[in-house]
Design a protein around this ligand. Sequence first.
Ligand code: SF4
Ligand SMILES: [Zn+2]
Ligand SMILES: [Zn+2]
Length: 343
Amino acid sequence: MDCDKCGADAVTHAAYSGAHLCGEHFRRSVEKRVRRRVREDGLLDPEATPDDPDRWVIGLSGGKDSVVLATILEETFGRDPRVELIGLTIHEGIEGYRDESLAACRELTDDLGIRHEVVSYAEEFGVEMDDVVEDDPENMAACAYCGVFRRDLLEGYAEELDADKLLTGHNLDDEAQTALMNVLEGDVRQVAKHFDASLGPFDDRTLDDADRDGDTTKSNAHARAESDHFVPRAKPLRDVPEKEVALYCHLRDLPSHMAECPHAEEAYRGEIKSILHDLEESHPGTRHSIMAGYEEIAGIVADTYRDDGDDGDADLGECIECGSTTSREVCRKCRLIESIEAV
Ligand code: SF4
Ligand SMILES: [Zn+2]
Ligand SMILES: [Zn+2]
């Protein structure tokens, strides 16, 4: 097959769009989608200046998604003095997995010339995932511990680095899976939270401290970005299917680490993934239409909760152990660490 744009040999055919593209045009099409998402989400603060740049922390795991995200963002904004990029890698303490992906992260950030920070569960919490899995004091899947620790470190360090945005490399498949899981679980509040946490344009999201204080003069997103303990998230890769991210990474020969974590066992997500895969095969475009509809519904649901004055975060306070935001006296992360230490 020939490329629709230039007639050269096509390297890919996207069933959902019908497009056949050569390497060069495929590459451009991925980059175009990421840039459009950045624009539509209003990622770049219009008030950012070279003296006061928008600081974006990228969660960099060394897997294909975050590597592609960091590369495209650097190539788009690397010379723009209004944007500052920092890669942040979390080391979970998983032998034979994270060490190699950390090497990929170092190589990439060296190549791109961006600042790179590494934080580990061992240094921050005194635990390593390999030991947690072995002891398993709460009788849970590895990812249930790991997800709590990772979120805590990503958010904590994004704040410490004084980030304006925290960006992660979730692709279209990841987001469509999460959307479907939330719907199938009937978790409407989770749908609203998903919207406010990372979907939708920044100006459509809310729930910031300045708003609660009655400051409505600034746009919600800017106000929230300026609030003390909440770095807004975004997922600029979420229009690009997983297979295309992998192909992009491969065609450009970017340093990435493809191996799966040996503790990965998100059983339910695996089921959803295979259902979505089958649906996409027989009805190309399913992932896109799920996300288009879900995002619209999520926006409406998020608005409704806000209008009811029920943001689900009404009685948030600070954890007495670590100071992070929680609805309990001691946050989930601190409770998990306590139970791991008690083994
Ligand atoms: S797969 Fe699970 S255990 Fe492994 S790094 Fe990811 S969240 Fe952690
Ligand atoms: Zn072409
Ligand atoms: Zn805590």
